[in-house]
Design a protein around this ligand. Structure first.
Ligand SMILES: *[C@@H]1O[C@H](CO)[C@@H](O)[C@H](O)[C@H]1NC(C)=O
Length: 190
């Protein structure tokens, strides 16, 4: 028990230093997209809003998904850093249980455990809402991303996705807006 507490505290200070969202209790388990179709989800998405995370600190973020092999989705995340360089990381995502296709696990580095990646809601050609949460003993840390096929999103769609997050107990007030201004983001065009 002492060790668990110590690990929790250590993790807590590491996570607190990186300004992630840390909350007491266990991860919420919101409903996911019914009959999720990964094939229709492939292609590029623009980051519109997200909870703060350590991995991506830039603006103009995009996520591009491709079919790597049957059941395995390749992930390419790109963003523009403050110093003008483009940061790109690649990974792969896979459903742990094929009968629950919206509950994916994504891994970026072989040394770190895969992180949950749950598609809570998507219409495939407009919006996507992704949620990830990990339990750390007495606390949990969560991430959420609101993504769009366009560099912008209608206010009513954003409101709809916020309502899904709010009913799952996710801190909607902590969401950060990603700059997707086309002039500001012109360096991202491949
Ligand atoms: C830009 O910032 C990133 C992250 O801080 C760093 O890794 C990279 O070397 C920097 N590039 C330049 C050209 O300064």
């Amino acid at each position: 028990m002492k060790t668990v507490q110590l690990i929790s505290l250590t993790l807590l200070s590491v996570l607190a230093a990186s300004a992630q969202v840390i909350l007491p209790g266990k991860c919420p388990r919101p409903d996911v997209q019914e009959d999720f179709d990964a094939a229709r989800y492939l292609g590029t998405w623009y980051g519109i809003q997200k909870l703060p995370d350590v991995f991506q600190k830039g603006e103009c973020s995009t996520a591009t998904y491709s079919l790597r092999s049957p059941g395995v989705v390749g992930v390419l995340n790109r963003e523009l850093l403050a110093n003008g360089t483009i940061n790109a990381i690649t990974g792969s995502a896979k459903a742990k249980d094929p009968s629950e296709p919206a509950k994916l696990e994504v891994s970026f580095f072989e040394s770190t455990p895969p992180a949950p990646y749950r598609v809570l809601s998507t219409d495939y050609d407009g919006y996507a809402l992704v949620y990830s949460c990990t339990d750390y003993g007495l606390f949990h840390v969560d991430f959420a991303w609101i993504m769009s096929r366009q560099p912008s999103m209608l206010g009513q769609t954003i409101d709809y996705l916020h309502s899904i997050l709010a009913s799952a107990g996710v801190s909607v007030d902590k969401l950060l807006i990603t700059n997707q201004d086309t002039t500001f983001c012109r360096a991202m065009v491949q």
